[in-house]
Design a protein around this ligand. Structure first.
Ligand code: HEC
Length: 129
């Protein structure tokens, strides 16, 4: 099992370095790719590919509720209209406690409480553009 996990980490590190990311950032993003698995039930990081949730391609720096054709909840649309942008800080707060940042929103996810995992995940998302 341990051997297998190390193999997976090595593959992730190689593919991150092939994308030309800096060494320190690559380590975080590679770990973040693994964290993203908890989001993949409802999201992809591919452009134009929505599931139950909107595509998270290019989400870092994107205004909230801005994927055309995706059926956002009323509260999420209000946040977008009110100027909420998914900066790293806002994403961090939303992923930690979705219902606190967008009360009444439809993202059925309890929140990821581990600070380091959220940081890795956001580093990964920042590369999806
Ligand atoms: C059970 C399904 C589900 C899971 C799991 C889930 N999401 Fe979502 N997500 C949604 C839905 C549905 C929406 C739309 C929410 C709304 O309109 O209120 C959403 C919206 C979002 C948005 C806002 C996007 C935009 O275009 O404004 C972000 C960012 C986001 N999710 C990130 C994540 C991340 C990161 C994870 C993993 C840690 C995750 N989500 C896990 C269903 C999910």
């Amino acid at each position: 099992m341990k051997k297998l996990l190390m193999g997976v980490a090595a593959v992730a590190a190689v593919s991150a370095s092939m994308m030309g990311a800096g060494a320190a950032q690559a380590a975080d993003a590679a770990a973040g790719k693994d964290v993203f698995k908890v989001c993949m039930a409802c999201h992809t990081a591919e452009q134009g590919k929505n599931k139950v949730g909107p595509s998270l391609f290019g989400v870092v720096g994107r205004p909230a509720a801005s994927i055309e054709g995706f059926k956002y909840s009323g509260p999420m649309k209000e946040k977008g209209a009110g100027g909420l942008v998914w900066t790293a800080e806002n994403l961090d707060a939303y992923i930690k406690a979705p219902k606190e940042i967008v009360p009444g929103g439809t993202m059925a996810f309890a929140g990821l409480k581990d600070d380091a995992k959220r940081a890795d995940l956001i580093a990964f998302l920042a590369e999806q553009k």
